[in-house]
Design a binder for this molecule. Structure first.
Ligand SMILES: Nc1ncnc2c1ncn2[C@@H]1O[C@H](COP(=O)(O)OP(=O)(O)OP(=O)(O)O)[C@@H](O)[C@H]1O
Ligand SMILES: [Mg+2]
Length: 382
C-alpha cells in the first residue's frame, strides 16, 4: 500500500475510532441508567448523574452529541497536522531515494543523496550515498584497469615488435643469401638468438609481474642479517659492475647484528631492478658511479641507491612506480624495457611492510630510497 493511502486510513482511524467508542460508552450508560432502579443506583455516581440528566428530557442526548462533535473536531485537526508533519518528514527523502535508485539503474552515479539529519530516513539516505560512492569508485577502478590493460597490450606490442622486426630482418637476409659467408651467417644467427633472448626476458618479466600483482608468488620470509646479506650482494654486484666499468661504493651504518624479515630472493630482485635502471640510464659523458648506503632509522633500515646517470625529469617523478610508465626520454631511447621494473619493486617492498621513494635531478643522477622494518625479538613476559 502506498504511504499516502496508509496515512489517509490512519487519519480516519485516529479521528473516528475514539468518537465511536465514546458514543457506544454513552449509549451503554444511558441504557443502564434507564434500566436500573433508584435503589440499585446508589453508589454508582456516574450512572446516577446520567439518570438525572436523562430526567431533564433531551439534555443528555444533546450533551453527548456536543461532546462527540467537539472531540471529532479536535481529533480531526490534530490528525491533519500530525499526518502532514509525518508525510513532509518522509516523503521528500523517499522521492530522492527513488530518483537515486533510477539514476543508478541508468548507470548515472554523479549525484548525491547525502542528508544532514539524524533520523532513520537520513541514515538510510547516507547509507545509500555510501553505496553510490563505492559503486562510483568501483566503476572508476574498472575504467582504470581497462585503460591499464589497453596500455599493457600496446606496450607489449611495442616492446615485442622491436626484437621481432630484427629477427624477421636477419632471417630474411639469410633466406635471400645476404649472409654469404660463414662469419656473416654466424653473426646473423647470433643476433637472432640475442633478440629471441630479449623477448624471452620480457615475457618472463610480464609473467612475474602478473603473478606478483595477483599475489600468486608466495613469499619465503626469513630472518636476514643485514650485514651478511649485503656483503654477499655487494661482492656479486661489484664484479658485475666492474666489468661494465662502473664504480660501486658501499657504506653500511647499521649495527652488524641487525636483522630484517625479508624474502632473500625478492630482496635480490629489488636491488637488481634498481641497479639495472642505474646502469641502463647512465650518462656517456661522465665516469659512471653507483653508491649504496644503508642507514639505521629507528625501527627501520633505510637503503639508498644513488647513481650519477641521466636523472628523471620532475614531471615524470610521481609516475615512475606506475605500471608500464617510462619517462619520455627513455621510451624514445634505444634502452629496452617495458616500464614494469619499478612497479614490481614497489609491490615487493610494500608486501614486506616497507616504503619506497625517489629523488632525482636531470643530468645529475637519481637516488632510490626504501625502508624495511627491523626484526625485534619481543621479550617473553612471564
Ligand atoms: N636510475 C634511473 N635513472 C634515470 N631514469 C630512471 C632511473 N630509474 C628509473 N628511471 C625512469 O623510470 C622509468 C620506469 O622505470 P622501470 O624500471 O619501471 O621501467 P624500465 O626500466 O623502463 O623498464 P623495465 O624495468 O621493465 O625493463 C624508466 O623508464 C626511466 O625513465
Ligand atoms: Mg627498469
Amino acid at each position: 500500500m502506498r504511504l499516502k493511502n496508509r496515512l489517509i486510513i490512519s487519519f480516519f482511524i485516529i479521528t473516528l475510532v475514539p468518537v465511536l467508542i465514546f458514543t457506544a460508552l454513552m449509549l451503554a450508560l444511558r441504557r443502564l441508567a434507564i434500566e436500573l432502579t433508584e435503589n440499585q443506583l446508589l453508589g454508582h455516581q456516574i450512572i446516577y448523574s446520567v439518570k438525572s440528566y436523562l430526567d431533564e428530557s433531551g439534555k443528555f442526548d444533546q450533551m453527548v452529541l456536543n461532546f462527540c462533535v467537539a472531540e471529532f473536531i479536535i481529533l480531526f485537526l490534530t490528525a491533519v497536522l500530525m499526518i502532514i508533519w509525518i508525510y513532509k518528514g518522509v516523503a521528500p527523502q523517499l522521492k530522492m531515494l527513488k530518483v537515486a535508485a533510477n539514476n543508478i539503474k541508468e548507470g548515472n552515479l554523479d549525484f548525491s543523496v547525502a542528508s544532514a539529519g539524524v533520523d532513520e530516513m537520513s541514515e538510510l539516505c547516507n547509507a545509500f550515498e555510501d553505496m553510490r560512492i563505492r559503486l562510483k569508485n568501483n566503476a572508476k577502478d574498472r575504467l582504470e584497469d581497462e585503460a591499464e590493460q589497453r596500455a599493457l597490450i600496446s606496450n607489449i606490442a611495442h616492446d615485442l615488435k622491436t626484437p621481432i622486426t630484427a629477427i624477421k630482418g636477419y632471417a630474411e637476409g639469410m633466406l635471400d643469401g645476404v649472409a654469404d659467408s660463414p662469419e656473416k651467417r654466424e653473426k646473423y644467427i647470433r643476433t637472432i638468438y640475442n633478440k629471441a633472448n630479449e623477448m624471452n626476458t620480457l615475457i618472463n618479466e610480464l609473467t612475474l609481474y602478473s603473478n606478483i600483482d595477483t599475489n600468486k608468488i608466495p613469499y619465503n620470509f626469513q630472518k636476514l642479517n643485514l650485514h651478511n646479506y649485503f656483503s654477499d650482494c655487494i661482492e656479486e654486484l661489484g664484479m658485475d659492475l666492474e666489468n661494465q666499468h662502473i664504480r660501486l661504493d658501499y657504506s653500511n651504518f647499521v649495527d652488524p647484528d641487525v636483522l630484517i624479515i625479508a624474502d632473500p630472493e625478492q630482496l635480490g630482485r629489488i636491488i637488481h631492478n634498481i641497479i639495472s635502471n642505474s646502469v641502463k640510464y647512465m650518462r656517456a659523458d661522465v665516469p659512471s658511479k653507483i653508491a649504496i648506503v644503508i642507514k639505521d632509522v629507528g625501527d627501520f633500515v633505510q637503503i639508498e641507491i644513488t647513481d650519477n646517470g641521466k636523472g628523471i625529469a620532475t614531471h615524470d617523478l610521481p609516475y615512475v612506480f606506475d605500471r608500464f610508465y617510462r619517462a619520455d626520454a627513455s621510451r624514445n631511447s634505444a634502452a629496452g624495457g617495458s616500464g614494469i621494473g619499478l612497479s614490481i619493486v614497489k609491490k615487493i617492498i610494500e608486501d614486506h611492510g616497507g616504503k619506497i621513494w625517489v629523488t632525482s635531478k636531470e643530468n645529475e643522477g637519481t637516488t632510490m630510497c626504501f625502508v624495511m622494518r627491523k626484526y625485534e625479538e619481543s621479550p617473553i613476559v612471564s
